[in-house]
Design a protein around this ligand. Structure first.
Ligand code: B12
Length: 493
């Protein structure tokens, strides 16, 4: 009889907005030939702990793999794993993904997690599954963090596995219609990760410690094949390519664009301002023709000084950001820019500077979408931003329970990082500005926002925007609440 391995995706989003659990599909692909795999999605069921216990008893599973991002996933994963451990002490629990990769020692110290796998997970997970089911030494499992007595053992990392050598996601392990939502891109929008990692080392970004500046990319042929498969099998008409950096290689982007032309797929991807500025016009023209509707870019700041402090790398600069929004306007591609506001050492001045800059961006290309975050440190050695934050009194939670508590939850959504310098007036300043600018330039991705409401929002916010008077825009907040204005930074598309 084949052994069963359970994989659990803790709740990560609001109902109806669930995303394909790509991390678990990547792991399932590695073992699906030799083991039965069940994916349990906390976004789709009310009581994941009871469900896991029931499935583990029914299948006699010995291992539960859990993927964990900070925020809502972590908040659910901790109590669920605690309940599962209490009911089934022999079911081994392994965590992987962003949160445990960045905070392995805190996770392993908790009684409800037996193993952590850090970084790229495929080969390490396969080895762990084999060792636990067929015997072997835990010391031979790469990228594994585990405890022997009181000692925490950190095994060397697995060599990076090129994505083309890894099996494709076994989509039949999930009920695909649950994951094909409607959005600005289409009626059945799918998701894929065409590359993993990022070559840069921006010191606010959680990808850096996870992927160690490596960029592993699927070939253009494979990206096109996966996309066509999703279209033919599941009727997908839009794609979100969730890569940490889709556009690193112009040659690959061009080849993907060529393959997607005529497929009638509207798509979205994430890239860097400076990389995209080096693209040739011919590539941009092909990208536009291939159906790319929006490109997400981390503009991060309206201050060149802050960009240096962030170690954005490359040739990032505010003038490049202005140039890219102009360029994309020409090709009819919407730039979606994220900014990290309130950076140390002078958070208030930082906000003022970025607000002034955002106004310039909108004057050049009003269709630009904005995502405004507050700076929240990530654990990176040598990060100047983190050093500044620590000087101002910041510290990470010390236990898993503290990480998963209500106080820290808000921080991981980056709406309120609770950092000592982001006191109420600072936060309010950003949110008030956001309310006014979003009313004056309503988002083009909100399919529910129709003409009359757009015009009303614009008319009511006009005087505030022109006078740069953002304080307490209650009338606009009320109106936005009436149309349930969707925040791109917390809702995704
Ligand atoms: C898709 C996605 C989501 C989806 C949910 C996915 C899901 N599981 O249901 C949605 C859109 C809902 C989402 C939400 C959030 N997300 Co999110 N999300 C991503 C995204 C774009 C892709 C993740 C992914 O699937 N990658 C593909 C897989 C194959 O790679 P992977 O996850 O790294 O998995 C590999 C390894 O990590 C490891 N691994 C992963 N899990 C496991 C488990 C086990 C057992 C093992 C052994 C190994 C392992 O092996 C895998 C294969 O190599 C990443 C950014 C990115 N491009 O990575 C952000 C990202 C993970 N999200 C992030 C955050 C903060 C959030 C939010 C909490 C907040 C926010 N403002 O975005 C929200 C929650 C919002 C809410 N209202 O609940 C941050 C995490 C930052 C950090 N400090 O760690 C990221 C990195 C974005 C960013 N650059 O800031 N997210």
């Amino acid at each position: 009889m084949r052994a069963t391995v359970l994989l659990y995706n803790p709740v990560s989003t609001s109902p109806g907005k669930q995303r394909l659990p790509m991390s678990l599909l990547a792991l399932a692909a590695m073992i699906a030939e030799d083991y039965d795999v069940e994916i349990i999605d906390g976004n789709l069921i009310a009581d994941p702990a009871a469900h896991i216990v029931e499935r583990a008893r029914a299948t006699r599973a010995r291992l539960l793999g859990v993927t964990v991002m900070p925020g809502p996933q972590l908040r659910q994963a901790v109590p669920v794993c605690r309940q599962v451990k209490a009911a089934l002490p022999d079911l081994a629990i392994v965590w992987g993904g962003y949160f445990p990769s960045n905070h392995a020692e805190v996770v392993i110290a908790s009684a409800c997690v037996d193993y952590v796998i850090v970084g790229q997970g495929e080969t390490a997970f396969r080895k762990l599954v084999d060792v636990l089911h067929s015997g072997g030494a835990l010391d031979d499992v790469p990228s594994l963090v585990h405890q022997r007595g009181d000692t925490v053992l950190v095994n060397p990392r697995a060599p990076f596995a090129p994505l083309n050598n890894l099996p494709r996601y076994p989509y039949d392990r999930v009920h695909m219609p649950d994951y094909l939502g409607k959005s600005y891109l289409g009626q059945r929008v799918g998701a894929h990760h065409t590359s993993w990692g990022c070559p840069f080392a921006c010191n606010f970004c959680a990808v850096v410690p996870l992927a160690k500046q490596r960029w592993l990319a699927e070939s253009a042929d494979r990206v096109i094949a996966v996309t066509r498969f999703l279209k033919e099998r599941y009727g997908v008409d839009g794609m979100e390519y969730h890569d940490m950096d889709f556009f690193v290689s112009e040659r690959r982007s061009e080849a993907i664009a060529e393959g997607l032309i005529g497929q009638e797929i509207r798509w979205w991807g994430l890239g860097r301002v400076d990389t995209l500025m080096t693209y040739r016009d011919a590539t941009f023209a092909k990208l536009a023709k291939s159906g790319v509707k929006m490109i997400f870019m981390g503009a991060e700041s309206g201050s060149d000084e802050t960009l240096k402090l962030m170690n954005k790398g490359g040739s990032s600069g505010t003038s490049q950001t202005l140039a890219i929004v102009e360029r994309m306007k020409h090709y009819g591609i919407v730039p979606e820019l994220s900014f990290v506001l309130g950076n140390p050492p002078d958070p208030v001045a930082d906000i003022e500077q970025t607000i002034t800059f955002i106004r310039k961006v909108k004057a050049i290309n009003p269709a630009t979408e904005l995502i405004l975050y507050l700076y929240t440190p990530t654990p990176q050695e040598g990060s100047l931003l983190l050093d500044e934050a620590v000087k101002l009194g910041f510290r990470f939670p010390q236990t898993l329970e503290e990480w998963a508590g209500a106080a820290w939850a808000e921080k991981s959504l980056r709406r309120n990082p609770g950092t000592p310098w982001s006191k109420d007036p600072v936060r309010r300043k950003i949110r008030d500005f956001e309310t006014v600018i979003n009313a004056f330039y309503p988002t083009v991705t909100d399919v529910r926002l129709h003409g009359t409401m757009r015009r009303l929002l614009q008319a009511l916010s006009g005087w505030r925007y022109r006078l740069a008077f953002y304080s307490r825009p209650y009338e606009l907040k009320l109106l936005q609440r009436m149309v349930q204005y969707r925040r791109p930074e917390t809702m995704g598309f």
